[in-house]
Ligand binder design. Structure first.
Ligand SMILES: C[S@@+](CC[C@H](N)C(=O)[O-])C[C@H]1O[C@@H](n2cnc3c(N)ncnc32)[C@H](O)[C@@H]1O
Ligand code: SF4
Length: 424
């Protein structure tokens, strides 16, 4: 079981964040005793992850001693939580504006924990409008794919014949220096890029963990050995049905081939899971998929199909939400509630809140930046031309975050991961 550490920064003017895990606990550290860069004009428009502010704090002895105390107390809890297999710990840092001291502390703690306990996951929630730079990224290294899945939006998107060159990939990484975790997918099959393994070698050199999401068709014995040698943090294979149904959904695929790859994967590593997108077409596959995960001895996650967005051709009536009542979803979920290998992210759930616009970024094959893969109407910049520091808090991004919270933007409002956020 993974311990998920949620690290937040907040402004005391807006209130202390609530523990969303339902455990009702968490550390809250008050950073207001530390010298405030916001008192100086040149730092006012910056946040705790800007190099100028980092420099400022490095010169402040009181910041380092404050953090050392925090590390000692948080480490003690993390060690204990790991021993006792607890799953959630929340740590929040507060200051006056929620932009400089608290953000810097949150970032430093994340880095400290990442170095010391490599198994942690992070979840950031910062100021509603500004954000430190992202920790995770989807970098779509190619637009190509060998399948034509019936629910996939790929066919309606531009640049699907392109591949990101090695040079462009390096530029994107150089312009995105804060990430600690990446996935090479967007609307593509990443393993088809001829330089796929070279790109992972490059990110490994930079100590950026890989989460691979793939259709698994290219994961034959040889490729699997190469991949495992590069020590991915997680391999996630998308399977939305079994046998004939799988082939009907994932057009151009062969179930036999993918099943063979999955069996081999299961023999070679524990470090993989299945991922199923569920809607009216395949709701009857849930039991088969649970059995498949059981056979392969791995975890499985079920998620919703995305809503139709203006740029997409997928039909709204395909959504599970159009066809199944909340009660039906609850019935299915309740059957598997006690099974820790099965994760349902379908249906409304008040606890699920989206942190992507504050913690992550989606970079498409031509370097365009979006808050996530479902917000393609919001191009925020381009990482081949600008650094993330020029993009992440630009006017458009800040407005997007505000509108996500207030429910003004269509995509966030209709995304089930979203619920209006309070106390951020
Ligand atoms: C677009 S694919 C790209 C990676 C890879 N080709 C794969 O299939 O895993 C990423 C994930 O999005 C899922 N997906 C595709 N169409 C979707 C939709 N309309 N709504 C929600 N998820 C979708 C896929 O099943 C897959 O798990
Ligand atoms: S394999 Fe992945 S990217 Fe390709 S069509 Fe299917 S879901 Fe889309």
């Amino acid at each position: 079981m993974l311990l998920k550490v949620s690290i937040n920064s907040f402004s005391y003017n807006k209130g202390i964040p609530v523990d969303e895990s339902g455990n009702g606990g968490g550390f809250v550290f008050d950073c207001r005793a530390i010298n405030n860069p916001n008192r100086y004009e040149k730092y006012k428009q910056l946040t705790g992850t800007d190099p100028e502010v980092i420099e400022f704090f490095k010169k402040e002895d009181e910041m380092q001693s404050f953090l050392n105390n925090v590390y000692a107390i948080v480490d003690q809890s993390v060690e204990k939580y790991l021993q006792r297999q607890f799953t959630n710990l929340m740590v929040s840092f507060g200051c006056t504006g929620g932009l400089h001291r608290s953000v810097y502390c949150a970032e430093m703690l994340a880095r400290h924990l990442k170095k010391k306990f490599n198994i942690l996951r992070y979840n950031f929630r910062h100021n509603e409008e500004y954000s430190p730079y992202p920790l995770t990224a989807k970098i779509e290294i190619n637009g190509t794919c060998n399948l034509d899945c019936i629910m996939c939006l790929r066919k309606s998107l531009p640049n699907r014949d392109k591949e990101m060159s090695y040079l462009d990939f390096l530029t994107v990484l150089n312009n995105l220096p804060t990430i600690i975790e990446w996935s090479p997918h967007g609307y593509n099959e990443p393993m088809l890029h001829p330089l796929f393994f070279n790109y992972i070698e490059e990110t490994n050199k930079r100590k950026i963990d890989l989460i691979l999401v793939s259709n698994g068709t290219a994961l034959n014995k040889e490729n699997l050995d190469k991949l495992l040698a590069l020590k991915p943090k997680l391999i996630r294979i998308s399977v939305d049905g079994v046998g004939k149904k799988y082939e009907e959904i994932r057009k151009n695929s062969s179930w036999d081939r993918v099943y063979k790859n999955l069996r081999n994967l299961s023999r070679k590593t524990d470090n993989f899971s299945l991922y199923a997108t569920i809607w009216s077409e395949n709701i009857d596959q849930i039991l088969h998929l649970v059995n498949l995960a059981w056979t392969l001895d791995c975890k499985i996650s079920f998620t919703d199909i995305t809503w139709k967005n203006d740029f997409q051709e997928s039909k709204q009536e395909n959504s599970i939400r159009e066809n199944f009542s909340e009660i039906k979803i609850k019935e299915i979920k309740d059957q598997y509630l006690d099974n820790e290998n099965i994760n349902f992210s379908i249906g409304r759930n008040k606890k699920r809140k989206c942190t992507l616009p504050w913690s992550s970024v989606y970079v498409d094959v031509v370097g365009d930046v979006f808050p996530c893969t479902d917000t393609l109407n919001y191009k925020m910049g381009n990482l081949l031309e600008e650094k993330i520091s020029e993009i992440y808090n630009n006017d458009k991004y800040r407005q997007f975050r505000k509108d996500s919270i207030s429910g003004k933007n269509y995509e966030c409002k209709n995304c089930l991961a979203w619920a209006p956020m309070k106390n951020v």
